[in-house]
Design a protein around this ligand. Structure first.
Ligand code: XMP
Length: 513
C-alpha cells in the first residue's frame, strides 16, 4: 500500500477535487465517510487527514460529526471550510453564523511567515470562499496565521499537533496557488514522498490482479472507450492470454471504430479478441422503432443477448473484468444541500444483468478518470483511444432521430467523421467534451448544382462539460463551422442543410435521444 492521505467527506461538493489535487501531488488519497471510526482510519496508517468542507453547520442538531478519536491518531490534520469549523467545535473554539457570508473571490493575507502551509508563497494570495459560518474564537493551542477581509482566523495552526485549518477552498481552480498549499501539507507537513505515479501503479496493479485471478480466465467487455480499453491493456500485461476481450459491433459505431479496436488490441497488443459482428441483428431489432426509450431498451437487451452468447463461445471464465472508476465506488454522503449526492453515473446500456454469476476484477477502481488516461498512455495506448470523447452505449442510434436504417446510419457516419476530422485539424477536438453530428428527421428543399434537392438535415453539437451532468454549448469559430458545413454538403450524399445546436444542458440533454 502506498503512503496515503485520508480525506473525511462531510458532504462537500468538492471532496473528490481535494482527492484529485492530492494525487496530482503524487500522493495517494482515499475518501471516507465523515463518521468512519478512528480505529478503522488508524488501521490504514494514513500520513495525514483532511477534513472536507460541507453544507451543514457544526452547531446544527443533525450536523455530520467525526469520531472524536481522529484527533488522537497522532497524524497531521488539515480542516477545509466546514473542516476548520469541526476543529473549532471539537477542540475548544467557537463557531458562529457570520454577520457577512463570504462567497467567491477573496484575498488572504498571510501573517505568519513560519507556517509550513504557506511555505514559498507570497504574503497575499487570491483565494475562493464559500461559507456562512465562521470561527469566532480560536480552539486551544491554535494561532491565527492568515486573515481575510471578513475573518481574523482565515487560516489557523496548532504548531505542536500539526493541525491546520483554512476557511477558504485550496482545492478549487479559483484559488490559483491552492495546489501548492495542499502540496505543502501532504509533503512538507505529513512527510509524504512522490510515490503515487501511474508508472508505480502498474507494478502494484499487476501484482494485485495476479494474486486475485491466479490461473483462472477473465472476460472483459471491450467497448473501445477509455475505461475498458485501459483495463484491457492493464489486464493483458498482468495475465496475458488468460484474458479474453469481447467486442460487440452493434452496427451503431462511428467510422473506423471497430477497425481501430481490432488493430490496436488484436494486432498490436495481441490480446485474445472475440469480435462479434452483430450489426445485422441490431438493425433488424431496431426496424420500425422510433421512440427513444424503446430504442435504448431494444439495444440494451440485444447487447446482453449477444454478449451472453459470445461468453458461451469463449468458454468457462471465473472472472469478469470491469472498468469501474473510483468515483463509482465512493460512498456518497447523503446530506441535504449537497449537489454531489444527486449526481449519479449515467444509465449504462452496456451494463450486464446480475444473474451472470462472475467474480469481478476491477483494476481501475481506485483511479480517477485523468489517472486512467495517464495510465493508458503509460501502457502504450494511442492518444486516439486515451483521449477519446465519451460515446453513448446505444451509439449512433440516439443521434439518428426516428427510425434507424442502414442508409441513414451511413449518411450520419460520414458526416460525423467530417466533424471529427475538422475538429482535430484545428486542434479543438481534444479540448472539447463532445463534438458530433445528429441526423434530423427533417427534409428540406435545396439546390445543388442545377438540381433541386429534397434531402435530410444535419445538426452539429459541440458541448463543454466536466461530468456530463451539465454542459455548455461551445462557440466554435465561424470559419471552422463554414468548412464543416461546406464539406458535409459537398461530400455526403443525402444531406443538403447543416444547422448548429445552441442548447446547453439544462435545458437540453447532450444527446438528442
Ligand atoms: P445526456 O444525453 O443524458 O448525456 O445529457 C450525458 C452524457 O452521457 C452520455 N450518454 C451515455 N453514456 N450510455 C453511456 O455510457 C448511455 O446510454 C448514454 N446516454 C448518454 C452522453 O454521451 C453524454 O456524455
Amino acid at each position: 500500500m502506498p503512503e496515503q492521505i485520508v480525506i473525511l467527506d462531510f458532504g462537500a461538493q468538492y471532496t473528490q477535487v481535494i482527492a484529485r489535487r492530492v494525487r496530482e501531488c503524487n500522493v495517494y488519497s482515499t475518501i471516507l465517510r465523515y463518521d468512519t471510526p478512528a480505529k478503522q482510519i488508524a488501521a490504514m496508517a494514513p500520513k495525514g487527514l483532511i477534513l472536507s468542507g460541507g453544507p451543514a453547520s457544526v452547531y446544527a442538531p443533525d450536523a455530520p460529526l467525526p469520531d472524536r478519536g481522529i484527533f488522537k491518531l497522532g497524524v497531521p490534520i488539515l480542516g477545509i471550510c466546514f473542516g476548520v469549523q469541526i476543529l473549532g467545535q471539537f477542540l475548544g473554539g467557537k463557531v458562529e453564523k457570520g454577520a457577512k457570508r463570504e462567497f467567491g473571490k477573496g484575498t488572504l493575507t498571510v501573517k505568519s511567515r513560519r507556517c509550513p502551509l504557506f511555505r514559498n508563497l507570497p504574503a497575499q494570495l487570491q483565494v475562493w470562499n464559500s461559507h456562512g459560518d465562521k470561527l469566532t474564537r480560536l480552539p486551544r493551542g491554535f494561532v491565527a496565521v492568515a486573515t481575510s477581509d471578513n475573518s481574523d482566523y482565515a487560516a489557523i495552526e496548532h504548531p505542536q499537533k500539526k493541525f491546520f485549518g483554512v476557511q477558504f477552498h485550496p482545492e478549487v481552480a479559483h484559488t490559483p496557488r491552492g495546489k501548492e498549499i495542499l502540496a505543502n501539507f501532504v509533503r512538507g507537513v505529513c512527510g509524504c514522498g512522490r510515490e503515487w505515479t501511474m508508472r508505480n501503479y502498474i507494478d502494484q496493479a499487476i501484482e494485485a490482479i495476479r494474486t486475485q485471478v491466479g490461473r483462472e480466465r477473465v472476460i472483459l467487455g471491450l467497448s473501445g472507450g477509455v475505461d475498458s480499453s485501459v483495463a484491457a491493456a492493464l489486464l493483458h500485461k498482468a495475465i496475458g492470454d488468460q484474458l479474453t476481450c469481447i467486442f460487440v459491433n452493434n452496427g451503431l459505431l462511428r467510422a473506423r471504430e471497430a477497425e481501430v479496436v481490432r488493430e490496436v488490441f488484436g494486432r498490436h497488443f495481441r490480446i485474445k479478441l472475440q469480435y462479434e459482428d452483430a450489426r445485422a441483428l441490431f438493425l433488424k431489432r431496431l426496424k420500425g422503432v422510433t421512440e427513444p426509450e424503446r430504442k435504448r431498451k431494444v439495444i440494451g437487451r440485444t447487447f446482453i443477448e449477444v454478449f451472453d452468447a459470445a461468453m458461451k463461445r469463449v468458454g468457462h471464465a471465473k472472472f469478469l473484468a470491469q472498468g469501474t472508476l473510483y468515483p463509482d465506488v465512493i460512498e456518497s454522503v447523503p446530506i441535504a444541500g449537497n449537489p454531489a449526492a444527486l449526481i449519479k453515473s449515467h444509465h449504462n446500456v452496456g451494463g450486464l444483468p446480475k444473474r451472470m454469476k462472475f467474480k469481478l476484477v476491477e483494476p481501475l477502481k481506485c483511479l480517477f478518470k485523468d489517472e486512467v488516461r495517464e495510465l493508458g498512455l503509460e501502457l502504450g495506448l494511442p492518444k486516439e483511444i486515451v483521449y477519446r470523447q465519451p460515446f453513448p452505449g446505444p451509439g449512433l442510434a440516439v443521434r439518428c432521430l426516428g427510425e434507424v436504417t442502414p442508409a441513414k446510419l451511413q449518411v450520419l457516419r460520414r458526416a460525423d467523421a467530417i466533424v471529427v476530422e475538422e475538429m482535430k485539424a484545428c486542434g479543438l477536438y481534444y479540448k472539447t467534451w463532445q463534438t458530433f453530428a445528429v441526423l434530423l428527421p427533417v427534409r428540406s428543399v435545396g439546390v445543388q448544382g442545377d438540381e433541386r434537392t429534397y434531402d435530410w438535415t444535419l445538426a452539429i453539437r459541440a458541448v463543454e462539460s466536466q461530468d456530463g451532468m451539465t454542459a455548455d454549448w461551445v462557440k466554435l469559430p465561424y470559419d471552422l463551422l463554414e468548412k464543416i458545413s461546406l464539406r458535409i454538403t459537398n461530400e455526403v450524399r443525402g444531406l443538403n442543410r447543416v444547422v448548429l445546436d445552441l442548447t446547453s444542458k439544462p435545458p437540453g440533454t447532450i444527446e438528442w435521444e
